[in-house]
Design a protein around this ligand. Structure first.
Ligand code: HEM
Ligand SMILES: [Cu+2]
Length: 644
């Protein structure tokens, strides 16, 4: 292979990308060396198994990915604003909608939510960490290395260009030669391992590690949403793993699972993809529902209305999410009967979802609502998400979908659910739990400014797309006809409004770090659930003493009864796991193996896999049992954290 095939050449945008990557890398290395921070980085972050730190690393990476996916989005919107724009050519446009969609769903939305789960769920259930802290670190590094592998395709080898759905035969070796599509397959495969492990980890954590007295139906609703999501992950991700593996074998070793020749079944890919893909959209929406429920209850200062109905509707949604996948390709030609079945199952999902909407409204009804920034995101979610949901039911009608299919109506629909649902929830959750993580709130004024820019920008961007879709504009086209221009111009203006909102959001992090008042208490919002019972910043062992839970809204109950998580006479040494560099190194080697496979350099892939096996062997003989935090140290830590 020639060097100019290895590096992507010929595009000014990409040269600029390369230069900025080189500059950022050099600057990072310089700063770490100059301030002698390498040891700190290794000890505190790269080797950590603490769920709170892992969560924070997830959140930082997700914000970076939101930036990347956002830049992609703005480039596409610029190209689509006017007819005959020459900003992106057709090939480049294809690459960008592919990386935008994949990055946003796999490397932004999911890690953002998993980051919040990591920080919060153990605290909400009174646990000292997740069930398998080592595995948790492994999950994070597999995600990060997978994301890096996918992202470097932009400058090395070339980006995938077959859409985030990667349909065969288009994505097969015959029609998409070169490494681009392999980056998609292996980037997703690598990070998927971590997601699957996260599902197992949280399932066990929530089922086995709750504080005494916390029955299932006393669990906070965000914890419930995490549990249900973990079940979806554990059942859905193996389908993706297998499908990706089959396509990898097709492309690299010439098998014929999804090809047109050799009796392959191209539509089999579409089926497998959406058998994972539809549950996937619930993996990114159920935790969002959980976050909104917590926030709405806190700021309505009321118990969540219909708690049990909320839980059961999540379980029902999770079950139904596995039974609707064909609605993504009604036009496949499965026939009227099959389409009717899937049409009905799709529309059924609206029932439990409607139950949730009414319960949120009932929680707010006749309450003293506090309009904090976190709550504004939650309140804006309700009507915005309803628009996305209702148009989803429209798409679910098979006959009507023959018209809507592959049009901007669909693009508008899924951005309405993914942004007004997932992204609003990510922002809401980050703002709400920020003081728990960093010991100070985000500034409310700047927060409101970013909220309004983003909210208005969002509706201005996506509402017109429903209509331009009904006017016949198809998705995944790189240029438009003059009739579609007015609505597209409006849409692009909205997109830049959201961009400004995002920049203000990030600026707020910097501003608040410099100027926000440090929190004295761990209970920033007069909270109801157990995460607010710990001091802030949370000691690494979380709870000095684990309380006995007697009610849902456990912390509210504790406050009434004057109980704390620091009962000096009940202190005992706390057992904690040791830090380890293994997960980082193991996934680093896995990255090398995957990179080899992307370029079909088998020697490199095999050497990498052997390296991973050796790391597994070493881990098997690792008898490190962790360490104990002595009572004296706990007392000292708690007294200083609580200002006693
Ligand atoms: C800043 C806000 C955003 C803007 C302006 C935006 C814009 C776009 C545009 C222009 C397309 C290409 C449509 C086409 O040509 O067919 C697209 C596709 C897509 N977007 Fe977004 N988007 C945004 C945020 C998001 C978010 C947050 C997610 C997910 C969480 C997301 C998921 C997707 C997906 C899955 C696709 C389909 C890609 C494909 O066709 O393969 N987008 N978006
Ligand atoms: Cu679906």
């Amino acid at each position: 292979m020639q060097l100019d095939e290895f590096f992507v050449t010929g595009e000014p945008l990409i040269y600029a990308g390369m230069v900025s990557i080189a500059l950022v890398t050099a600057a990072t290395i310089f700063i770490l060396t100059y301030f002698k921070k390498w040891g700190w980085l290794w000890r505190e972050w790269l080797t950590t198994v603490d769920h709170k730190k892992i969560g924070i690393m997830y959140l930082l990476s997700a914000l970076a990915m939101l930036f990347r996916g956002g830049v992609d989005a703005l480039m596409m919107r610029t190209q689509l604003a006017f007819p005959d724009m020459n900003f992106l050519n057709s090939q480049h446009y294809n690459e960008i909608f592919t990386t935008h969609g994949t990055v946003m769903i796999i490397f932004m939305a999911m890690p953002f939510l998993i980051g919040l789960m990591n920080v919060i769920v153990p605290l909400q259930i009174g646990a000292r960490d997740v069930a398998f802290p080592y595995l948790n670190a492994l999950s994070f590094w597999s995600f990060l290395f997978g994301a890096m592998l996918f992202n470097i395709s932009f400058v090395i080898g070339g980006s995938p260009d077959a859409g985030w759905t990667s349909y065969t035969p288009l994505a097969g070796a015959a029609m998409s030669p070169g490494p681009g599509q392999n980056f998609y397959l292996l980037g997703l495969q690598l990070s998927g391992i971590g997601t699957l492990a996260t599902g197992v980890n949280f399932m066990v954590t929530i089922i086995k590690m709750r504080a005494p007295g916390m029955k299932m139906f006393r669990m906070p609703i965000f914890t419930w949403s995490t549990l249900v999501t973990s079940f979806i992950i554990v059942f859905a991700f193996p389908i993706l793993t297998v499908a990706l593996a089959l396509m990898t074998i097709d492309r690299i070793f010439g098998s014929q699972f999804f090809t047109l020749t050799g009796e392959g079944l191209p539509m089999m890919w579409a089926n497998l993809f959406w058998m994972w893909g539809h549950p996937e959209v619930y993996i990114v929406i159920l935790p969002a529902f959980g976050i909104f429920s917590e926030i709405i209850a806190t700021f309505a200062r009321k118990q969540l209305f219909g708690y049990k109905a909320m839980v059961w509707s999540m379980i029902l949604i999770a079950g139904l999410s596995f039974l609707v996948w064909v609605h993504h390709f009604f036009t496949m030609g499965a026939g009227a009967f099959v389409n009717s079945v899937f049409s009905i199952s799709t529309m059924l999902i609206a029932v439990p979802t409607g139950v949730k909407i009414f319960n949120w409204l009932a929680t707010l009804y006749k309450s003293k609502i506090q309009f904090t920034v976190a709550n504004l995101w939650a309140l804006a979610f309700i009507p915005s998400f309803v628009i996305g949901g209702v148009t989803g039911v429209m798409l679910g009608m098979a006959a009507a979908d023959y018209q809507f299919h592959n049009s901007y109506f669909l693009v508008a629909h899924f951005h309405y659910v993914l942004i007004a649902g997932t992204v609003f929830a990510c922002f809401a959750g980050l703002v709400y739990w920020y003081p728990k993580m960093f010991g100070h709130k985000l500034n409310e004024k700047i927060g409101k400014l970013s909220f309004w820019f983003f909210l208005i920008g969002f509706h201005v961007c996506f509402f017109p797309q429903y209509f331009v879709g009904l006017d016949g504009m198809p998705r995944r086209v790189f240029t438009i006809i003059p009739e579609w221009m007015p609505l597209n111009v409006i849409s692009t203006v909205g997109a830049f409004g959201m961009g400004i909102g995002f920049v203000i959001f990030v600026y707020n992090i910097y501003y608040s770090f410099r100027y926000s008042e440090r929190e004295q208490t761990g209970d920033s919002w007069d909270g109801r659930t157990l995460e607010w019972a710990t001091p802030t910043p949370v000691p690494f062992y979380n709870f000095a003493t684990v309380p006995h839970i007697e009610d849902h809204d456990a912390f509210l109950d504790m406050k009434k009864k004057g109980k704390t998580t620091f009962e000096e006479d009940k202190l005992e040494p706390i057992h904690m796991p040791s830090n380890t560099g293994h997960p980082f190194i193991m996934m680093g080697i896995m990255f090398i193996a995957s990179f080899g496979l992307v370029f079909e350099w088998l020697w490199m892939a095999i050497a990498g896999l052997i390296g991973v096996l050796i790391m597994m062997g070493i881990r098997s003989f690792d008898y490190d049992d962790g360490f104990h935090v002595e009572v004296d140290e706990i007392k000292r830590t708690e007294r200083s954290a609580r200002g006693l």
